[in-house]
Design a protein around this ligand. Sequence first.
Ligand SMILES: *Cc1c(COP(=O)(O)O)cnc(C)c1O
Length: 425
Amino acid sequence: MNNLDRMSQNLLQLLEQQDPDVARLLADEAGRQETTLELIASENHVSSAVMHAAGSWLTNKYAEGYPGKRYYGGCEFHDQIEDLARDRAKELFGCGFANVQPHSGANANVAAFMAMCKPGDRILSLPIKSGGHLSHGLKPNFSGTFYDIVEYDLDPETELLDYDEIGRIARETKPNMIICGFSAYPRTIDFEAFRRIADEVGAVLMADIAHIAGLVAAGVHPSPLPHAHVVTTTTHKTLRGPRGGLVLTNDEEVAKLVDRKVFPGSQGGPLMHIIAAKAVAFGEALDPSFKTYSAQVVANARALASALVGRGYRLCSGGTDNHLMLVDLQPRDAALTGADAERWLESAGIITNKNGIPNDPRPPMVTSGLRLGASALTTRGFDEDAMVEVAELLDRVMGSQGDESTCRTVREEVRALCSRYPLPH
Ligand SMILES: *Cc1c(COP(=O)(O)O)cnc(C)c1O
């Protein structure tokens, strides 16, 4: 039960005495994380330091406002913590401004939209079915409700961004804002090309780097910051911090607007315990070891990708440049769906998510694809050889049509692999 040591034993004992029901469920979840292979591209394992900060005294405090300008007394240390988090974020991404208060990536996007656009303004983005995010314009989301959304798509042949075509659509639709940055795009994003298109049509450029923020911070993916007017991200994916959001910019006018649109525009009191945990995570990401980690994430994604291709799967766009890949299951087995694969793999201790592939013939709750990411396994110390073993386990489960005894055997091999690579403390 390695993962249990990651929480202070004292605190856990206290919780066990006071609320054994919750304590038991937390212990169960810690055990699940310790003994399963986490391949969800948007997840990671934070350090004990990040977890401790997130579970700290700061949860007790109201600190509406910003350092030096709060609506409540007693914020002396909260001011220093938020300043530290902002300064570290600026250093990490090499920019002049950071707002660390958004509760999540979607909340960061609410503030960015409100800062850059008026209700009803036209926004050009990639739809969710092609790898975009629901907060980029899906109808039931705030973004699709209050803005006039127009779409670009991937090239149907290459499954890559087609910058000429995006430029043509931009000239035709004249958007006020263009969004780049995605949830399921395995390739490098050319932020400079997006900026050229935005400039040509007089639009502002928003880059949502929720997935690749850690890679950007480590310099293994180009940064949007010289190009985008506003950058939003989560802090919990490749960046390996607590669940939360972040807004960055180099433009002083945009910075003022973003601060106002986060608070009081769209949030009340900031989650100061989470801001403390963000500060810790940014500190970790500033350490040279984070560059090594991030380079290994990309190397591991490549190793997993090529091992899967070797076993008859097709990768959308033909491969990966970042931490994730979108696996088309059809060439391996035309009857195999993403939903079946996800369920069978979970029973074998391998955690994934079904994901639509570009122009997927199946509905979103079924799909023909799986999205796999290497960030969490790399945190456990997996190397390229271990990723080849993971590919083999994935294929045994999917190739067996979820056969129960195969899944049981793989479940034991997964446990053994997990104990070879315990979660770091
Ligand atoms: C994950 C993600 C988000 C949303 O993050 P939440 O913290 O879940 O709100 C926003 N944009 C993109 C591109 C994402 O992948």
